[in-house]
Design a binder for this molecule. Structure first.
Ligand SMILES: [Zn+2]
Length: 136
C-alpha cells in the first residue's frame, strides 16, 4: 500500500514538472516526426480551391492525435476547408496522448540542455588544455 501511494505521488511530481516546463499553451507542434508527408494520402479529396488539402495531426489539448485535412493555402488566401479524418478518442486515450506529448517534449528539452552543457564542458576543457600546453 505504501509503495503504490509513493509511486503515484512521484508520478504526480513528474507530471507537474512537465506542465511547468510544458508548452501545452498554444504550442501544438508535433512531438514526433510524421511517418507520411502531409500530401502522401489517398484517396485525394479536393478543397474549394480545387487543390489537394494537406493532412496534419493535431496535438492541441482538445484533439491530440487526430488527423485533419486543411486547405494547403489556408493562410495565404485559400479556402476554409477543414475536415477531421479520425473520430474523437475516448477521454482515456485523449489524456494518454496528452501525457505522452508532454513527456516527449519535456525529455527533448532536457536532452537539448544536457547536450549544450556537454558542449560547453568540451569547449572549456579544450581551452584549459590549450592554456596548460602553452604554460609548459
Ligand atoms: Zn482551398
Amino acid at each position: 500500500m505504501a509503495t503504490s501511494s509513493g509511486s503515484s505521488r512521484s508520478m504526480g511530481t513528474q507530471e507537474s514538472r512537465w506542465r511547468r516546463h510544458g508548452d501545452s499553451h498554444g504550442d501544438s507542434s508535433s512531438p514526433i516526426p510524421y511517418r507520411e508527408g502531409p500530401l502522401e494520402y489517398t484517396p485525394a479529396v479536393l478543397c474549394k480551391c480545387d487543390a489537394k488539402p494537406v493532412r496534419f495531426i493535431s496535438w492541441s489539448d482538445l484533439n491530440p492525435g487526430l488527423r485533419y485535412l486543411k486547405c494547403a493555402r489556408a493562410r495565404d488566401g485559400g479556402c476554409d476547408f477543414y475536415n477531421w479524418v479520425d473520430p474523437p478518442n475516448s477521454s482515456f486515450k485523449k489524456q494518454l496522448l496528452l501525457d505522452l506529448r508532454d513527456a516527449v517534449k519535456y525529455w527533448k528539452r532536457a536532452t537539448g540542455v544536457a547536450e549544450q552543457s556537454l558542449e560547453d564542458a568540451r569547449m572549456e576543457t579544450a581551452r584549459l588544455l590549450e592554456g596548460a600546453t602553452r604554460e609548459n
